[in-house]
Design a protein around this ligand. Structure first.
Ligand code: SF4
Length: 346
């Protein structure tokens, strides 16, 4: 592709304005030189998108140059899948991890869904197979089977209803069954147990043994040390964190709820107990707020890169294309549709 100097300068300027509050590498902000380096690639990707009627969905945990350089939509896996369904694109590139791209394929079966890197798994989603869930279901035949959206299509297909970290409490509370088999997140199950107890909802929650390798590492000691150094600090945690960490935080919520909390809360400092990508988004969208270190990187999310996105758009390899058996896709779609039905509106 031939790129003229004015085009490059315009793109460099666009990138710089989008990224100037974000770290390019630890301790170093994006500057004009760094933006100029990636500008040819973002121009090429944005051109390929138009040619191929493609959209790029970017999870909040991928690198900011992907989110703000080439992304059409940004957010958590649930909202991105809805955006994919509604965008009616011919090609969907999901810059996130494989289970998210599967969810997009479940909801947009006619689109070609591609992932930049097939190795972008997830410790939670990959902790249980459809077969293992069938075996668990046999042990608890009376239980409603609830899967967190961070699960494979196989696991969704075996579940009665899918949930997100935003609607999990309300949906479980609405289910008629008292016994709930919740997969795959053991720590979120513990947090759900506590929250439902606090709400006076009587449920027995049985869980499988998965954890998120990012969120399961936070400790109460991290919070105590940070509060001692930064008076007035607000600690914001995701419900994939251990329950004792959630209990010690000022706020616990989904990615979207965490962002809303930060945007609407006056505090001198915030400690975000989640993946660092969310801090990058907050640095862009709330440059006046101060975030102290402490977030952690998800190695799977960081497998995404501009180069891999370009390649997946140009000539996707078979391993980059998400395919699902149609019967499995339909069964998985039912658990997601049930979530829509049970999600309180408004
Ligand atoms: S942050 Fe955790 S839940 Fe999200 S993709 Fe990475 S391992 Fe999976």
């Amino acid at each position: 592709m031939t790129v003229t100097t004015p085009e490059l300068e315009l793109e460099t300027d666009r990138l710089f304005r989008a990224l100037l509050h974000v770290d390019c590498e630890p301790g170093r902000r994006w500057d004009l030189a760094a933006c100029r380096r990636i500008a040819p690639l973002t121009l090429e990707i944005n051109r390929l998108k138009r040619e191929k009627n493609a959209v790029i969905l970017t999870h909040s945990y991928v690198e900011p140059e992907i989110i703000y350089g080439v992304g059409d939509f940004k957010g958590d896996s649930y909202h991105l899948s809805l955006m994919a369904r509604d965008a009616q694109a011919r090609v969907i590139v999901f810059a996130g991890v494989v289970f998210m791209a599967e969810t997009a394929k479940i909801l947009s079966p006619h689109a070609t869904v591609v992932v930049p890197d097939r190795q972008s798994g997830c410790s939670l989603a990959d902790s249980i197979t459809g077969r293992q869930l069938q075996e668990l279901k046999a042990l608890y035949p009376e239980a409603a089977v609830v899967c967190y959206i961070n699960s494979t299509a196989e696991v969704k297909a075996e579940s009665d209803v899918c949930v997100t970290s935003g609607n999990v409490y309300d949906i479980i509370a609405r289910l008629p069954q008292r016994q709930i088999l919740f997969v795959p997140d053991r720590l979120m199950a513990e947090n759900v147990r506590s929250e439902l107890h606090r709400r006076g909802v009587d449920k027995e929650i049985i869980s499988s043994d998965g954890t998120c390798i990012v969120h399961d590492q936070f400790t109460v000691a991290d919070i105590v040390a940070a509060r001692a150094r930064f008076p007035g600090l607000k600690v914001v945690a995701h419900p994939e964190c251990p329950p004792e960490v959630a209990a010690a935080a000022d706020f616990v919520g989904s990615t979207g709820a965490m962002m809303k909390y930060v945007k609407t809360t006056a505090a001198p400092y915030f400690l975000m107990l989640t993946e660092c990508g969310l801090v990058g988004r907050l640095q862009v969208e709330t440059p006046e707020k101060h975030f102290i270190g402490g977030c952690r990187l998800c190695p799977y999310m960081k497998l995404n890169s501009l180069e891999k996105i370009r390649d997946a758009l140009t000539h996707p390899r078979p391993d980059q294309i998400v395919t699902l058996d149609e019967d499995l896709r339909r069964r998985a779609a039912r658990s997601i549709e049930r979530m829509f039905e049970l999600t309180p509106q408004g």
